[in-house]
Design a protein around this ligand. Structure first.
Ligand SMILES: [Zn+2]
Length: 291
């Protein structure tokens, strides 16, 4: 566990849960290539982004902790690491510029300077213009194996769904159910979007896509609706889509998936924390998908 000093992530609550989740991805060898820290307080989000970058780039990492002593860690703390790129700061104006994004995309195809990874930090991605977001999309759609992307946003409402559908979202606990439960139709659309993405992910046996889809679940109500909808969506896609989806799934495998979903639906009453269960569900469902 990183040194979670009291107040280090001031205003972005849930740090223990966040590091447990990230650490679980990491130790399973399934660390997402794109992570979004969303909600809470600006300083908390940016501190988290920096700490995650340092853990990923550290050369003497111990578990999921940065050593804070190696060359990489020291360069990172001085903000002079050549492979950690604060994209928003490159323009000098405090705003994203499309030409700078294009240049970074071009440079992003070269190998990192110092180590195995290059980390792009996109602060306040919700302040990006639509043109910039569309440009960025090309960057994260087919990422090079050595590039990682860390985003922060006050809210994901101004972030394009096409981007959200490719990043693992991690929300501050303070963005509670109250903030989103009012917008019923928005929630229903989200349930549908997530369910459709999950169906595609299952059909294509793409665990990353499934993790991303479930990370978009903002409340326990949305999780429950989505889990309940999923079997129907899977059945529909088998019967009405000319067998394009799930064509190499036998009945036994589908039944296993449905049973797993039933277990998770029953669990909804007592399981405490959303990001952690999203990650666990995605791994659990995926177990049933594999041969
Ligand atoms: Zn280090």
């Amino acid at each position: 566990m990183p040194d979670i000093n009291c107040g280090r992530y001031h205003g972005f609550s849930g740090e223990k849960r966040i590091f447990e989740t990230l650490s679980a991805f990491f130790s399973a060898g399934r660390f997402p290539h794109a992570v979004l820290f969303c909600g809470g307080n600006e300083i908390g989000r940016k501190t988290l982004a920096d700490d995650l970058a340092q853990i990923l780039i550290c050369k003497k990492r111990n578990g999921f902790n940065a050593c804070k002593e190696c060359n990489s860690c020291i360069k990172m703390e001085k903000r002079i690491h050549p492979d950690i790129i604060y994209v928003k700061e490159l323009s000098g104006s405090g705003k994203y510029k499309v030409e700078i994004l294009r240049e970074e995309i071009r440079r992003g195809s070269y190998l990192p300077n110092d180590g195995e990874l290059r980390i792009y930090i996109f602060a306040d991605v919700d302040t990006m213009s639509e043109i910039c977001q569309n440009t960025l999309l090309k960057f994260i759609e087919e990422p090079k194996s050595f590039n990682r992307f860390i985003f922060t946003a006050e809210s994901d409402r101004a972030v394009l769904p096409t981007i959200l559908s490719r990043v693992v979202s991690i929300r501050s606990d303070e963005l509670g159910d109250d903030n989103v439960s009012e917008e019923t139709s928005e929630s229903q659309n989200l349930v549908l979007e997530i369910a459709e993405q999950a169906v595609r992910a299952l059909s294509e046996r793409d665990e990353y896509m499934l993790t991303v889809a479930l990370s978009r679940v903002k409340t326990r109500e949305i999780m429950l609706s989505m889990l309940t909808l999923l079997p129907e969506k899977i059945r529909n896609s088998i019967f009405y889509k000319n067998n394009v989806l799930f064509k190499d799934f036998n009945l036994e495998k589908l039944i296993k998936i449905f049973k797993k979903l039933e277990v998770y639906i029953k669990e909804q009453d007592f399981n405490p924390n959303l990001t952690l269960i999203s990650a666990a569900y995605s791994a659990g469902i995926f177990e049933e998908v594999q041969d």
